[in-house]
Design a protein around this ligand. Structure first.
Ligand code: FPP
Length: 265
């Protein structure tokens, strides 16, 4: 941890760290354009940001970190050359990072329609997750070829199959818990903090079910400039927020008592 990170860490309450942080990494293209560089240079620089963020999150004891690396839409709407570059970059990252992930006790997992990715990439993904599967520290999930709506479609399919296997719809009862268990993120707590870089105020089809109650932190910092210290700043902001889950919050803590007293008057 460098000095700035250590200072930012001291401002945090270690007892109230988020259990799961999700990050929409955005702004690689703009970062490159500002430097008159090709877009892919922004993606390459983005890997340094990934490393710093992952290491800081693991060191301070965040149980789960999920990074939105490529959306399903990214494939369809970006030039082939850029997509190919991203694939190669991912493969290189997976190969190079296993050692550091193991040193930091991080387990690597994925969400998204894996089977639609190039076979070579799938093999690297499998190898890296297997090589880190015995780690029991932070779970790092990479969202690759991910779309929240596709995830929900896949959950419906899997629910329908489960119903068919268990005697049809007659005895089939659905609740939130069951739906969560059929999402790609089964086993992970819902993120309590979602970070988006580069100032955009959108969820962009990311974890739509799971982010229902998440605090949203948007920073102007472009992804390639993002570092562990920025993550800590996001957590600091998170700790200042009051999470109400649809209730009234602290200012209204005595509201029911007050309402009763007023009703009696
Ligand atoms: C968004 O920036 C970023 C992406 C679509 C790719 C994210 C990839 C990385 C950070 C590097 C590789 C990741 C891993 C996990 C090794 P953008 O291109 O949409 O930026 P713009 O909105 O400024 O154009």
């Amino acid at each position: 941890m460098d000095r700035k990170e250590a200072e930012a860490y001291l401002r945090l309450d270690p007892a109230r760290l988020p259990k799961h942080i999700a990050i929409i990494m955005d702004g690689n293209g703009r970062w490159a354009r500002r430097r008159h560089m090709p877009r892919v240079a922004g993606h390459r620089a983005g890997v340094t940001a990934v490393r710093s963020t992952v290491e800081t999150a693991a060191r301070i004891g965040i149980p789960a970190l999920t990074l939105y690396a490529f959306s399903e839409e990214n494939w369809k709407k970006r030039p082939r050359t850029e997509v190919d570059f991203l694939m190669r970059l991912l493969c290189r990252y997976l190969k190079a990072e296993i050692k550091t992930l193991n040193q930091n006790n991080i387990r690597l997992e994925y969400i998204g329609r894996k089977h639609e990715l190039p076979e070579l990439v799938q093999r690297e993904m499998e190898y890296a997750s297997e090589a880190t599967s015995r780690n029991r520290g932070m779970i790092l999930t990479l969202a690759l070829n991910y779309s929240a709506r596709s995830e929900i479609v896949d959950a419906f399919r899997s629910l329908a199959e489960a119903a068919a296997r268990n005697g049809g719809l007659q005895h089939f009862e659905v609740d939130e818990q069951l739906i969560s268990e059929h999402l790609y993120t089964r086993g992970l707590p819902d993120p309590d903090l979602v970070v988006r870089t580069s100032g955009e105020m959108r969820l962009s089809n990311f974890l739509l079910w799971q982010l229902a109650y998440a605090e949203i932190y948007v920073t102007q910092t472009l992804w390639p400039d993002f570092r562990g210290v920025h993550l800590l700043e996001g957590i600091e902001e998170f700790q200042k927020r009051e999470r109400r889950y649809g209730g009234l919050g602290k200012d209204h803590e005595h509201a029911p008592v007050r309402a009763q007293a007023e009703a009696k008057r």
